[in-house]
Design a protein around this ligand. Structure first.
Ligand code: HEM
Length: 331
């Protein structure tokens, strides 16, 4: 092949394109090429910050299964982060006025995939730790609880309008809330009302600490998501006549998101609480102090992001079939 100064035409073409790119920004290409010359080759471990990542598992008790517990929580938080990354892309598209049914559908499908991975792997918690070890190391972690996962709360806020995350007794009242009403709705979110101590009915320390650290941030997100949560985003889409297929696909993906977050994950998680904490009354102490048997099951919480996509009967039966089948083994 004919070359000039040993450069192939492809390389020369690329150099020209680079020259154009850098001069358009007033930059000197030659200095950047120096940088390339002196830079080390990238390694896998540096690129993904592997040493830092693998240094973050720090048990505080001598029980080996505490490491399983920590790592699985970290894995979950990373999947939550992936989900929030998709929600960011939805709000960006809304802010730039280029939201489309295709874009929303693709983001929701991704989030569904992340939650399916979490639901399918939750047996690592349910069956993968020694019960005796769990009950011991868990006592050293009090009052910390997954309840304090801010990313989980953010996912809920990004999925739907804030009234749908309120305690079920307040949803109706707030169904037409305005931006100004957000602080009021925020005070009645279901988890705030659910986290009261078994005996006294007072706010748990788990909740108080969480509120202190995250209330402001979550309130701000609630304001930002007023028009960019998935429920509002979908309601504001305009479909042309030839888009009935994608309209239906979007509806199915949203229903699946509701099931993934509010039934499937919620129930496999509840299953782990039943597995480890149910056995005798004292075991219940190994939680953040909530009345979790009343609080966690979806059939009591009835968290439903998109009620308009479900029939009366489906709303009525929310989460019930799964509980019978998976937790109590009834066919
Ligand atoms: C053996 C494993 C687990 C047990 C026994 C367990 C137990 C509990 C209990 C009892 C609660 C109620 C709040 C409290 O009293 O502390 C709770 C809440 C919660 N846990 Fe877990 N959990 C486990 C694993 C996980 C994992 C791996 C995650 C992932 C981050 C997680 C995230 C959450 C969240 C987000 C809540 C709040 C749920 C809500 O408000 O509806 N948990 N957990």
């Amino acid at each position: 092949m004919h070359t000039t100064n040993n450069f192939t035409p492809e390389i020369l073409e690329k150099l020209e394109a680079l020259q154009k790119k850098y001069s358009a920004m007033g930059q000197d290409l030659s200095s950047y090429l120096d940088g390339l010359l002196y830079a080390d080759f990238l390694t896998y471990w540096d690129y993904i910050n592997l040493d830092t990542l693998l240094s973050l598992q720090q048990p505080i008790t001598p029980y080996p299964d505490e490491k399983v517990f920590i790592i699985y929580h970290q894995i979950t938080e990373l999947y939550f982060k992936l989900s929030l990354h998709e929600f960011d892309r939805i709000s960006e598209a809304i802010a730039n006025s280029n939201i489309t049914p295709e874009l929303l559908l693709e983001r929701i499908r991704r989030i569904n995939r992340y939650f399916e991975a979490l639901t399918n792997s939750f047996d690592i918690m349910v069956d993968g730790m020694d019960h005796g070890e769990f009950l011991k190391f868990r006592m050293s972690l009090l009052p910390a609880s997954g309840f304090q996962s801010a990313q989980y709360r953010k996912i809920e806020i990004c999925c739907t309008s804030l009234d749908r995350v309120a305690h079920k007794n307040h949803r109706e009242v707030f169904s037409n809330y305005t931006l100004d009403d957000i602080p009021q709705v925020f005070n009645h979110l279901y988890w705030r009302e659910g986290a009261s101590e078994l005996k006294s009915g007072l706010k748990t320390l788990t909740l108080k600490q969480f509120e202190k650290k995250y209330d402001e941030e979550l309130l701000e997100l609630a304001r930002q998501s007023y028009t960019s949560n998935v429920r509002s985003a979908a309601a504001n889409l305009v479909f042309s006549d030839d888009q009935s297929d994608i309209k239906e696909e979007l509806k199915q993906a949203m229903r699946w998101l509701d099931v993934n977050v509010n039934i499937n994950w919620t129930l496999v998680h509840y299953k782990s609480a039943v597995r480890y904490l149910q056995r005798d009354p004292e075991d219940i102490a190994a939680s953040g102090g909530t009345n979790w048997q009343k609080y966690l099951p979806p059939r009591f919480q009835k968290r439903i992001f998109f009620p308009e996509l479900w029939s009366e009967q489906e709303l009525e039966d929310w989460g019930k079939g799964w509980v019978k089948r998976e937790i109590f083994g009834v066919k």
